[in-house]
Design a protein around this ligand. Structure first.
Ligand SMILES: Nc1ncnc2c1ncn2[C@@H]1O[C@H](COP(=O)(O)OP(=O)(O)OP(=O)(O)O)[C@@H](O)[C@H]1O
Ligand SMILES: [Mg+2]
Length: 132
Protein backbone atom coordinates (compact mmCIF):
# COMPACT_ATOMS: atom_id res chain seq x y z
CA UNK A 1 0.00 0.00 0.00
CA UNK A 2 3.00 2.29 0.51
CA UNK A 3 3.73 1.93 -3.20
CA UNK A 4 0.11 2.57 -4.02
CA UNK A 5 0.10 5.89 -2.14
CA UNK A 6 3.26 6.97 -3.96
CA UNK A 7 1.92 6.10 -7.40
CA UNK A 8 -1.47 7.68 -6.77
CA UNK A 9 0.09 11.01 -5.80
CA UNK A 10 2.53 10.68 -8.70
CA UNK A 11 -0.38 10.36 -11.14
CA UNK A 12 -2.14 13.37 -9.66
CA UNK A 13 1.00 15.49 -9.85
CA UNK A 14 1.67 14.43 -13.41
CA UNK A 15 -1.63 16.04 -14.39
CA UNK A 16 -0.42 19.35 -12.98
CA UNK A 17 2.49 19.49 -15.39
CA UNK A 18 5.03 19.69 -12.60
CA UNK A 19 8.65 18.95 -13.50
CA UNK A 20 9.28 15.23 -13.75
CA UNK A 21 12.34 15.53 -11.50
CA UNK A 22 10.25 17.01 -8.69
CA UNK A 23 7.51 14.42 -9.08
CA UNK A 24 10.13 11.68 -8.83
CA UNK A 25 11.53 13.12 -5.59
CA UNK A 26 8.07 13.35 -4.05
CA UNK A 27 7.23 9.77 -5.04
CA UNK A 28 10.46 8.54 -3.39
CA UNK A 29 9.71 10.48 -0.21
CA UNK A 30 6.15 9.15 -0.01
CA UNK A 31 7.22 5.59 -0.66
CA UNK A 32 10.04 5.60 1.92
CA UNK A 33 8.04 7.49 4.55
CA UNK A 34 5.01 5.23 4.15
CA UNK A 35 7.23 2.13 4.29
CA UNK A 36 8.71 3.39 7.55
CA UNK A 37 5.27 3.91 9.02
CA UNK A 38 4.21 0.41 8.06
CA UNK A 39 7.44 -1.29 9.18
CA UNK A 40 8.41 0.73 12.27
CA UNK A 41 5.38 2.90 12.92
CA UNK A 42 2.73 0.34 13.75
CA UNK A 43 -0.18 2.60 12.87
CA UNK A 44 -0.16 5.96 11.18
CA UNK A 45 -1.23 8.57 8.70
CA UNK A 46 0.20 10.01 5.52
CA UNK A 47 -0.72 13.46 4.26
CA UNK A 48 0.47 15.33 1.20
CA UNK A 49 0.05 19.12 1.08
CA UNK A 50 0.22 20.75 -2.31
CA UNK A 51 0.93 24.49 -2.27
CA UNK A 52 1.86 26.83 -5.11
CA UNK A 53 5.47 26.89 -3.92
CA UNK A 54 6.02 23.53 -2.35
CA UNK A 55 4.81 20.05 -1.69
CA UNK A 56 4.98 18.67 1.83
CA UNK A 57 4.77 15.01 2.73
CA UNK A 58 3.83 14.38 6.34
CA UNK A 59 3.60 11.15 8.27
CA UNK A 60 2.45 10.67 11.81
CA UNK A 61 2.61 7.33 13.52
CA UNK A 62 2.14 5.58 16.81
CA UNK A 63 5.13 3.30 16.61
CA UNK A 64 8.23 2.50 18.62
CA UNK A 65 9.77 5.94 18.09
CA UNK A 66 13.38 6.79 17.22
CA UNK A 67 15.81 7.12 20.15
CA UNK A 68 18.58 8.78 18.10
CA UNK A 69 17.33 10.54 14.98
CA UNK A 70 20.79 11.55 13.76
CA UNK A 71 21.93 7.94 13.90
CA UNK A 72 18.75 6.73 12.20
CA UNK A 73 19.37 9.13 9.30
CA UNK A 74 22.74 7.58 8.56
CA UNK A 75 23.11 5.50 5.43
CA UNK A 76 22.89 1.81 6.28
CA UNK A 77 21.57 2.16 9.82
CA UNK A 78 18.56 -0.07 10.42
CA UNK A 79 16.79 -1.81 13.26
CA UNK A 80 14.63 -3.84 10.86
CA UNK A 81 13.99 -7.41 11.93
CA UNK A 82 15.31 -10.44 10.10
CA UNK A 83 11.84 -11.09 8.81
CA UNK A 84 11.67 -7.59 7.27
CA UNK A 85 15.16 -7.98 5.77
CA UNK A 86 14.18 -11.28 4.22
CA UNK A 87 11.39 -9.43 2.41
CA UNK A 88 14.03 -7.15 0.88
CA UNK A 89 13.67 -4.12 3.14
CA UNK A 90 15.82 -2.82 5.96
CA UNK A 91 18.87 -1.62 4.04
CA UNK A 92 18.80 1.52 6.19
CA UNK A 93 18.43 3.76 3.15
CA UNK A 94 14.93 5.18 3.56
CA UNK A 95 15.61 8.23 5.74
CA UNK A 96 18.83 8.95 3.87
CA UNK A 97 16.92 8.91 0.57
CA UNK A 98 14.21 11.14 2.02
CA UNK A 99 16.87 13.63 3.12
CA UNK A 100 18.47 13.60 -0.34
CA UNK A 101 15.13 14.33 -1.99
CA UNK A 102 13.94 17.04 0.43
CA UNK A 103 14.64 20.74 0.63
CA UNK A 104 13.51 20.75 4.26
CA UNK A 105 13.16 17.81 6.61
CA UNK A 106 11.81 17.75 10.15
CA UNK A 107 11.51 14.64 12.28
CA UNK A 108 10.12 14.56 15.79
CA UNK A 109 9.99 11.37 17.76
CA UNK A 110 9.29 10.06 21.21
CA UNK A 111 10.27 6.53 22.16
CA UNK A 112 7.21 4.41 22.81
CA UNK A 113 4.88 7.15 21.58
CA UNK A 114 5.52 7.74 17.90
CA UNK A 115 7.15 9.72 15.15
CA UNK A 116 6.19 12.57 12.88
CA UNK A 117 8.04 13.44 9.71
CA UNK A 118 7.65 16.44 7.44
CA UNK A 119 9.54 16.58 4.17
CA UNK A 120 9.18 19.61 1.94
CA UNK A 121 10.14 19.91 -1.72
CA UNK A 122 10.27 23.39 -3.25
CA UNK A 123 8.89 23.69 -6.76
CA UNK A 124 10.22 26.99 -7.95
CA UNK A 125 13.93 26.59 -7.53
CA UNK A 126 14.29 27.93 -11.06
CA UNK A 127 17.44 27.38 -12.98
CA UNK A 128 18.23 30.97 -13.98
CA UNK A 129 19.38 29.94 -17.45
CA UNK A 130 15.73 29.09 -18.16
CA UNK A 131 14.81 32.78 -17.99
CA UNK A 132 16.61 33.64 -21.22
N1 LIG B 1 8.49 5.88 11.65
C1 LIG B 1 9.46 5.31 12.35
N2 LIG B 1 9.23 4.87 13.61
C2 LIG B 1 10.22 4.28 14.33
N3 LIG B 1 11.47 4.10 13.89
C3 LIG B 1 11.76 4.52 12.66
C4 LIG B 1 10.78 5.15 11.81
N4 LIG B 1 11.37 5.47 10.64
C5 LIG B 1 12.63 5.07 10.74
N5 LIG B 1 12.89 4.50 11.95
C6 LIG B 1 14.18 3.99 12.46
O1 LIG B 1 15.23 4.49 11.67
C7 LIG B 1 15.94 3.42 11.05
C8 LIG B 1 16.39 3.86 9.68
O2 LIG B 1 15.28 4.07 8.83
P1 LIG B 1 15.46 3.90 7.26
O3 LIG B 1 14.17 4.16 6.59
O4 LIG B 1 16.62 4.73 6.85
O5 LIG B 1 15.90 2.39 7.12
P2 LIG B 1 15.02 1.06 7.22
O6 LIG B 1 13.58 1.42 7.22
O7 LIG B 1 15.50 0.28 8.38
O8 LIG B 1 15.42 0.31 5.88
P3 LIG B 1 14.99 0.71 4.36
O9 LIG B 1 14.24 2.02 4.44
O10 LIG B 1 16.26 0.84 3.61
O11 LIG B 1 14.13 -0.43 3.90
C9 LIG B 1 14.96 2.27 11.05
O12 LIG B 1 15.60 1.02 10.97
C10 LIG B 1 14.27 2.47 12.40
O13 LIG B 1 15.10 2.06 13.44
MG1 LIG C 1 12.83 2.68 5.73
Amino acid sequence: MAGEAASRVKKTLQQTGLQQEIIKKIAIIIYEAAMNVSIHGNHGMLRVYIDPESITVETEDEGVGIPDIELAMQEGYSTASREVREMGFGAGMGLFNIKQCSDELHIQSKVGVGTTLQAKVLMNKKDHTEDH
